[in-house]
Design a protein around this ligand. Sequence first.
Ligand code: NAP
Length: 865
Amino acid sequence: MATSGNGSAAVPAEVDVAVVGAGFSGLYMLYRLRELGFSAMAFDEAGDVGGTWYWNRYPGARCDIPTTDYAYSFDPRLEKDWTWSEKYATQPEILAYLRYVAGCYDLRRDIRFGTRIAAASWDEASRRWRLRTNHGGEVSCRYYIMASGCLSLPKTTDIPGVDRYRGEVYLTGRWPHEEVDFSGKRVAVVGTGSSGIQCIPVIAREAARLTVFQRTPNFSVPAHNGLPPPDRTAQLVADRDGYREAARWSRGGMPMELTDVSGLTASEDLRRQRFEDAWQAGELFAILGVFNDQGINPVSNELVAEMIREKIREIVSDPDTAEALCPKDHPFGTKRPCLDTSYFETFNLPHVRLVDLRRTPIVAVTDAGIDTVEESLEFDVIVFATGFDAMTGPLVSVAVTGAGGLTLKDKWEHGPATYLGLMTAGFPNFFMITGPQSPSVLSNMAVSIEQHVDWVADCLQRLRTEDLDRIEPTPLAEAGWVQHSQDCADITLYPRANSWYMGANVPGKPRVFLPYIGGVDAYRRACDEVAEQDFVGFRLDGPAASRCNDGVIRRLQPDVAIVLEFMASLGLPPMETMTVADARAFAAATAATLPPGPEVGEIADAVLPGPAGDLEYRLYRPPSSGPHPLIAYFHGGGWVLGSQDSDDPFCRDLCLRTGAAVISVNYRHAPDDRFPAAADDAFAAVQWIAANAAGLGGIPGQLTVAGWSAGASLAAITCQLARDAGGPDIARQLLLTPVTDCDLGRPSYSGNGEGFVLTAALMRWFWDHYADEAERAQPMASPLRGTLAGLPPAVVVTAEFDPLRDEGEAYAEALGAAGVPVRHIRARGHVHTSLTMVDVVISGAPVRAEMAEALGSFRSAPIQI
Ligand code: NAP
């Protein structure tokens, strides 16, 4: 074999697989590749194995996931032979563990240390990657795997004057191997992330004076370090395989019971008790899971945040220092919280001082210390704990050039785009272990690393078995995953923080949420499904054959998917198999379990005269003083179910978003009162509301007619009847996922007819109860068949996974063709019912906001009658 030397050991000219990195992921990757009989070589700039634990040797460095879980699980022998001494092990102990693992499998033999891969380029002709090392050596490989870690490239210190300083300077992420002596010295620490918070108490024990420069206070909870947690250890001893499997299918990569306690509804006692338990547990996932809604609801989040601030105020004696240490600029958890040992207590020591850079920013580092806007401070040592160019930094720091000459850096100029965080289109045979858009840093890394390595190893094995030698994600699959990953982040509070999760800590870096927040379990399921469905979204090529099962693996909004999974888990009988009375009772009981929706100014119940007796209605008034525009609203329920109660949260939301008074009118239901009773009632109600607009607190001439589902059908029909009758004046119509036609043969009926709450079978049941076959084609039942010219401007909302999608789209299109101004909003990833699930399906909120904005945009439009 031809080789090119790198000083210490030979580098082979050709291997099947090259791996960058010899930390947790690189070591296991190498082990799996060898096991499968691939020739493989790993490269690491470091002098030995360890990755992050090789470089981060600063005092106090420890893991923040308990050692029971922060370890390999692939070989039970390792777990038998290695015993952790602490719940959160020190850096030397973790490094010793990784050295031990490398020794167990003789992995160093295939690792070249002190060797950095400087550049990599894809050669399409040979279908191989050509890598160049920092020593000028070249390696050719079929597959190129970056196992380079998420937090391995320290951020360039962006404070002016750093080069001028004449004292000792240290970077936590590149700590020297020799012990640093702080005794008797004046020490500055810049940065209060996990690294700063871990090293500050330890440095304080030695230094003569310690000054901490804090730009953003961080949430931290006590680690309560000690022996490995007895409860977890006992579970492992009793059933090791069960425990590890539970971790693999957990939300964060550790077995953990998820709570169903909401911060919004829990009693004060329960809130406090759950918080205290989490505070005492000293585990990240415990404090991140005090309430089930703290990651998505700002009010619930603030409860936890404030309880942590109370703890800080209790611990820190000086009130000004305590207040400066209290984080207030980001929701709890949206920047990674820290686990500490006596961090806040350290500020009670007489020789420790906090400089709040929000009040007195740093001007520059000088030759003798640090100048702030207020003072010049001299130091013997400055420690920068200023963080990393996280996740994408280590990947784009290598000049990776893919097919067609595009570099990874250029491709990701506006943010990373990956398929499953494993691969990226245009870069065939290039894999990332815990890449962006995979759970990685939001999870127990040990579990996520094993999952990625196993997926890649299984994939390479399958390619070999099927005589394939090239794999690349398709642009469609990648765009779908990027969207899904973004959708997951968007329903949380995470994007609100200026965190390294968002790339916000590095000047000029695109602001994009980098990891996948959908959970280790959901993520693993997606990866498994991709492989099971013949690598959906990947193009596979070999000498003899090529194939591609193109597609998007997750298209539903993540919270919609959760609702559907939950409903499926209940195993309820389909509604169309129930009696009408049971179906009504079931629908009412379900509605009663949902959150109430936002507070409005005023709610009043009353009746209005209908053609066959009084019709109940509920009036929602905005908090602002009136008069207000009016919205006459008709509830959903297939003409059979529902009342003015059933859409209550949605009506409140509509009232607040539009600033209109909403009048939600009940109408006669089938089968008791069949077609056209509901339509007659709706028209009569709108006539009455228009005639009584001023008395209702409305602005005459500012009436919108709105509805959802069958109620939207009634709204559409009412607009047609009003036009034909020469009044009343209707300014706008809002049709949310409307029934517009009796033809159940459209593609959305077959594509979305099952599994998305409203089924094709249920829709048939509704129609059968409502109208005879012969009546259904009349415009009073199927407004799509009516004349549409001269109708009021319309906002039509359709949902992607709704059987009614196509008839809603057809109505929007037909309105436009008839000259009616239309705003058609397509709710991506939504089902028929999800947009009305206020405070349950968070991803519905932006759609409702767009809906309200669209209505507003028609406000000045001329009335169309
Ligand atoms: P970090 O969380 O990004 O914290 C960096 C700190 O430096 C922040 O307080 C930041 O302030 C400050 N900073 C950055 N540039 C600054 C400047 N120019 N002037 C003043 N202050 C500046 O980095 P880290 O502490 O190294 O931690 C990174 C991640 O590594 C952690 O979140 C965690 O995931 C992992 N980690 C884990 C452990 C563990 O417990 N196992 C230990 C260390 C690290 P701003 O917030 O205002 O930007």
